[in-house]
Design a protein around this ligand. Structure first.
Ligand SMILES: Cc1cc2nc3c(=O)[nH]c(=O)nc-3n(C[C@H](O)[C@H](O)[C@H](O)COP(=O)(O)OP(=O)(O)OC[C@H]3O[C@@H](n4cnc5c(N)ncnc54)[C@H](O)[C@@H]3O)c2cc1C
Length: 483
């Protein structure tokens, strides 16, 4: 139902946000025969769940079929080490232990998976949705509505209502008219998608930079965190930004314009040579195997340029890739459109792209005084077959010798931000003494800071989407057994 107030004034449970976690929770709520309302502030449904490739699971039907065996203990240990033990071990363990059953639950509901496996150098945990995240959220929406869930759009949750510390309801507003109304419930699920679109909150986690480019839907403004904090929830560690590795630093067009661009993949994924604002090399470019580490590395410099020579462009266009593309929606055998994209962007006067016949001219245009020296040294390392400066794998050492030369300026994409709220294993929101605020639950990205340290776990691919679905269902199962 679009842009209207809910049919009733009282519900067993009210879910704030009709994204991936909210819709999974709505289906679960109807399975448990709970009277459920889902509020969505946007005009469309599915949140960032629409863009998801796949969801994490361990020991699912698909992994069993393909004889993919993962040691849950080793996986837990690995992720705890990766997070420097900032991840909450019991919470992460619960997700690992129960995520396979969650994938099977989705399969039983009719959600279709195309494949399961790793993403680059990772655990083989990502179950790719057939038709992408949009197909999955659409299926969940259809199921929830058919089972009797009430879902309304253009309606924002503004404020939680409590009595003696326990949830009694919330205030909502119609986004078209501004009218407000109070609803009653003993259970609220915050499923608002985290805070990547709230610069003030992002700034608490990482120094704000205009080179950070949010690739989300713009609605993850931290509403759940703010409502929870205003009700007495602990201000828990802000956790991690899910950096999407290097991204074309385009100050004019929105980031999604470059999502399927071969130039972007050449500059960020092939990563032949990256230099900083002085023209100095600063990292092993293989860091792009982990998109979050690549994002962090880029932010250590003031500006970053990916350098390509004509020989590399010719090779990528006509012969093949130097390196399999990991973090990109595209993975062709060659970048057949690369030359066309370069011509198009140069003709359009795109500020992120610079072309020069000589290195001296490229250095002059971009004010990179150290560029010539850097490239001489880099070519020496390539010739010697060993990157004794930064340790890039020998297989990916490609010389930069043949003009014309291209420089693509890079920023850092951000998919989501995790952290800010602490929950228990029932996804109940905790106060700073570690006790639940009765009736208040946080799920999906609003609670996913529990799983990470300062860097998102790309080693466990699909974990945010998997957690969104798992935690939505987990909270509802708790409500059903305790109410
Ligand atoms: C481009 C992209 C690709 C991604 N790919 C993957 C992937 O392959 N695997 C993976 O694990 N993760 C991936 N993610 C992350 C994934 O999208 C999220 O982890 C997941 O969608 C989180 O679910 P959620 O329910 O917490 O938030 P969302 O799905 O974003 O839903 C939150 C909803 O809450 C609504 N809302 C917010 N505030 C209010 C309010 N006050 N009142 C009412 N409604 C409100 C929002 O409008 C939104 O619809 C990707 C993210 C992006 C941006």
């Amino acid at each position: 139902m679009i842009g209207m107030f809910p049919q009733k004034k009282q519900y067993d449970v009210i879910i704030v946000g009709a994204g991936l976690s909210g819709l999974a929770a709505a289906v679960s709520a109807r399975e448990q025969k709970l009277d459920v309302l889902v509020l969505e502030k946007g005009r469309s449904l599915g949140g960032n769940g629409n863009y998801v490739e796949g969801a994490m699971g361990v020991d699912s039907y698909l992994q069993k079929e393909q004889q993919i065996k993962i040691s849950k203990q080793e996986l837990l240990q690995d992720e705890l080490n990766y997070s420097h033990y900032e991840a909450n071990a019991p919470h992460l363990k619960q997700l690992i232990d129960k995520s396979g059953a969650m994938i099977d639950w989705l399969r039983d509901l009719g959600v279709k998976f195309a494949k399961v496996g790793p993403q680059g150098d990772s655990w083989p945990t990502i179950h790719t949705f057939e038709g992408g995240g949009h197909a999955a959220v659409t299926k969940l929406y259809d199921l929830a509505v058919a089972a009797g869930a009430e879902i309304i759009t253009s309606t924002r949750a503004e404020k939680l209502l409590t009595a003696d510390g326990a949830i009694t309801g919330l205030v909502i507003s119609n986004q078209s008219t501004g009218q407000q109304r109070e609803l009653q419930t003993k259970n609220v699920l915050l499923a608002t998608g985290g805070y990547v679109d709230n610069p003030e909150l992002v700034n608490k986690r990482t120094p704000l930079s205009n080179r950070l480019l949010a690739v989300s839907n713009g609605k993850a403004t931290g509403d759940g965190l703010k409502m929870a904090w205003a009700t007495g929830a602990e201000h828990y560690q802000m956790g991690a930004i899910q950096y999407g590795g290097g991204a074309i630093y385009d100050k004019v067009n929105p980031p999604y314009v470059h999502m399927a661009s071969q130039l972007a993949a050449a500059a960020t994924q092939e990563a032949i040579l990256w230099v900083n604002e002085r023209g100095e090399r600063f990292v092993n470019e293989d860091v792009n195997d982990n998109m979050c580490h690549a994002g962090s590395a880029i932010l250590t410099q003031s500006r970053v340029f990916s350098i390509l020579d004509q020989a590399a462009v010719d090779h990528l266009t006509e012969v093949g890739l130097y390196k399999e593309v990991g973090n990109s929606p595209i993975s062709p055998d060659t970048f057949a459109a690369l030359k066309q994209e370069l011509d198009h962007d140069l003709q359009a006067g795109s500020r992120y792209l610079t072309k020069a016949d000589t290195l001296a001219d490229l250095a002059k245009q971009l004010n990179l005084p150290a560029l010539q020296g850097t490239i001489d040294q880099y070519n020496r390392l390539v010739a010697a077959g060993a990157d004794t400066d930064f340790g890039k794998k020998a297989a990916y050492l490609t010389p930069v010798t043949t003009g014309p030369f291209y420089a693509v300026e890079l920023g850092v994409g951000m998919a989501c931000a995790l952290g800010g709220i602490r929950v228990d294993n029932d996804n109940q929101v905790l106060n700073s003494y570690g006790y639940p605020l009765p009736g208040l639950y946080a799920v999906g990205n609003d609670a996913a800071g529990m799983l990470v340290g300062d860097t998102y776990a790309v080693t466990l691919p699909g974990s945010t989407a998997g957690y969104a679905i798992f935690s939505g269902r987990n909270a509802i199962l708790n409500i059903a057994t305790t109410n």
